[in-house]
Ligand binder design. Structure first.
Ligand code: SAM
Length: 236
């Protein structure tokens, strides 16, 4: 069996009871970075395990070795460095191959940075667009232009190196929509967690006041064609 295990995005207390039990019981852990996962096991007081490296640059044929082990009845876990495997992280190639081989898969849900950010955003979430990381060059401008007409909340990941550039581009692209809401979630669940609720019109000054360190999720509110109805949790 292959267990897909979410791990904390910063606060160790966010590990689930099920994740602890499963990481303890499995034969080996397939992970993005053996040093990061080794350290996590140590911090969680879990026993040392065999760690099998499987990241974005791993030859996909390595999945066959993992599949052979699963066929022999081993219980393996797959984790990423933080959060939920496969969400802008390696994992899906392995999981699709395990599925094709008709082997058992179970999922242990837990922390994910974009889920934490959108739930804290106070923006409509019945439907939303998740973009992962924005393209750095090709297609970036075109994608940002689509934000102008987007009637769904948009969420994406950003690095500390690019956050100011990206916020500047958002302010320029959406300049004629100054009331458009924007939420910048920084270092979620960590000591220096910061959630900035602002608008396109106030974005420049908000960005100036922001500490440009750590990990970021950006949430852009939808273009409202009709004024938002705030009453009732199911209403947009
Ligand atoms: N699989 C992960 C998940 O489920 O959240 C996401 C992996 S992606 C490679 C890493 C990005 O997630 C970071 O660059 C950052 O944009 C965002 N991120 C991760 N942890 C975060 C945190 N504690 N606060 C804010 N953003 C975070």
């Amino acid at each position: 069996m292959l267990s897909i295990v979410s791990t904390p995005i910063g606060n160790l207390g966010d590990i689930t009871v099920r994740a602890l039990e499963t990481l303890k019981a499995c034969t080996a852990i397939v992970c993005e970075d053996t040093r990061v996962t080794g350290q996590l096991l140590k911090l969680l007081n879990l026993p040392k395990k065999e760690l099998i490296s499987f990241h974005g640059y791993t030859d996909p044929s390595k999945a066959d070795v993992i599949i052979e082990r699963l066929k022999k009845g081993e219980h393996l876990c797959v984790v990423s460095d933080a959060g939920t495997p496969c969400i802008s992280d390696p994992g899906y190639v392995l999981i699709s191959k395990v599925r094709e081989a008709n082997l058992e898969i179970e999922v242990l849900p837990g922390a994910s940075a974009f889920l934490a950010a959108i739930s804290a955003s106070g923006l409509p979430m019945n439907t939303f667009t998740y973009l992962g990381f924005l393209p750095i060059k090709k297609g970036r401008k075109t994608l940002l232009q689509t934000f102008k007409e987007e009637e769904k909340t948009i969420v994406f990941y950003e690095s500390p190196h690019r956050i100011l550039k990206t916020l500047g581009e958002l302010a320029t692209t959406l300049a004629d929509q100054p009331d458009r809401e924007i939420v910048i979630a920084r270092e979620l669940t960590k000591l220096h967690e910061q959630i900035i609720y602002t608008s396109i019109g106030a974005l420049e000054s908000a960005a100036k006041a922001m500490i440009v360190k750590g990990e970021f999720v950006v949430v852009v509110g939808p273009l409202y064609l009709t004024p938002p109805r705030r009453a009732g949790h199911l209403s947009p």
